[in-house]
Design a protein around this ligand. Structure first.
Ligand code: V47
Ligand code: SF4
Length: 360
């Protein structure tokens, strides 16, 4: 074992932090199994053999978006464009009612930045969802949408969050982070808020008392140094707020996208990135393998590479599948339990805030 790996093992055992330079060295190291073993050790200290999943349903209320990120195959210019849509309130409520009936504890709702919908539309959705399903946790909107609502209304981010919270918002997912480095954003999402703004909005969301997740879209044009920079900014913010629950590296799906020179993600890169995230992000308790983007097999193997959460049943996924993801649209609880058990781990159904609902 090289000195790098020996030193990192000693740090993990001592509960000490690895540096940015060490994280970069890990990305450049070819010993995938050794990195995975270190990540598994870090995860064993944090979570034992438990692997979490939840029963949820994704709802994408519209794919109309003014941003048109080049990596996004989901968005459309307007409802007139082929495949463009905006769900009516009733459609959203029907999906939530179906989810509740199927035992879901969470609705995960995000969408494009629609040019015409008023802020009241979003408040109305939240209030109606809560009135119909008081026990369903609403995890919705990203920092990108919050910033958009603030611009739309001329209100401060804090006031927007307070209104959303009063209407029923319980927590936020981690989308829109992509890669924070400005040079990369210029190529993959030139119209999107800057990485700095994403972090600033998220910090305010945490201060308002809502938990969020964080993501990183990887495998397009970013360098390993860009990934480390992204992780580093997240670790710093988490030191300040402790508001992040899970970190979710999202494997780039290239079909129908427009990112010149994008690489795509192989199994080795996916496992290494998940493992290094676990080792580096010592202040994130949960590292999530989003099976939709990773594929079921890599997601399952990742449970031996430091991952302790495999997301949920999802039910209706558009963002990854529009970009060619070959995973199923949905999994049921039994499939998730089976997948975790066959990886030698203990399946635990959780709610959005990681309260344990049932150990299998
Ligand atoms: O922000 C868009 C990504 C995200 C592509 O917080 C793509 O629990 C891969 O954030 N290839 C939305 N990824 C999904 C997301 C998420 C998913 C699951 C759980 C949670 C959570 C959050 O999807 C976007 C963007 O980064 N995305 N296009 C693509 N072609
Ligand atoms: Fe719009 Fe989000 Fe797609 Fe970017 S990733 S085009 S912000 S829906």
């Amino acid at each position: 074992m090289t000195n790098l790996l020996k030193n990192i093992r000693a740090k993990i055992k001592a509960g000490a932090r690895i540096s940015d330079a060490e994280a970069l060295a890990l990305f450049n190291c070819d010993d995938l199994l050794a990195i995975g073993e270190l990540a598994a050790l870090a995860n064993l200290y944090a979570n034992g053999v438990k692997v979490y999943f939840n029963v949820n349903r994704h709802v994408n209320y519209t794919n109309i978006c003014v941003n048109r990120c080049t990596f996004c195959a989901f968005s459309r210019e307007s409802e007139d464009e082929d495949g463009g849509y905006t769900l009516a309130l009733n459609d959203i409520l029907t999906r939530a009612a179906e989810a509740s009936a199927a035992g879901a504890t969470e609705i995960h709702m995000v969408g494009g930045l629609h040019p015409d919908l008023p802020f009241d539309f979003y408040l109305e959705i939240l209030a109606a969802l809560k009135a119909d399903n008081p026990r369903l946790h609403i995890k919705a909107f990203t920092a990108v949408e919050i910033d958009y609502f603030a611009k739309l209304t001329g209100q401060s981010v804090t006031d927007v969050i307070i209104e959303l919270k009063n209407a029923g918002l319980d927590s936020m997912p981690g989308g829109g982070a992509e890669i924070f480095a400005p040079e990369v954003r210029k190529k993959i999402c030139p119209e999107k808020i800057t990485g700095e703004r994403w972090l600033e909005v998220t910090e305010q969301v945490h201060h308002a008392g809502l938990k969020t997740n964080a993501t990183m879209l990887f495998g397009h044009v970013e360098t390993f140094a860009d990934r480390v920079d992204h992780l580093s900014r997240l670790r710093q913010l988490q030191d300040r707020t402790a508001g992040f629950q899970a970190f979710i590296p999202l494997a780039f799906q290239p079909d129908n996208t427009r990112v010149p020179g994008a690489r795509g993600v192989g199994g080795v890169d996916a496992l290494k990135t998940l493992a290094i995230s676990r080792i580096y992000l010592d202040n994130f308790r949960h590292i999530k393998a989003y099976w939709v983007m990773l594929g079921l097999k890599v997601a399952q193997v990742s449970l031996a590479f430091g991952v302790n959460d495999i997301d949920g049943t999802v039910v209706e996924e558009q963002i990854g599948h529009d970009a060619g993801a070959d995973s199923p649209q949905q999994l049921n609880k039994e499939q998730l339990v089976d997948l975790i058990r066959k990886a030698g781990k203990l399946p635990v159904e959780r709610d959005t805030l990681y309260q344990e609902l049932r150990v299998y």
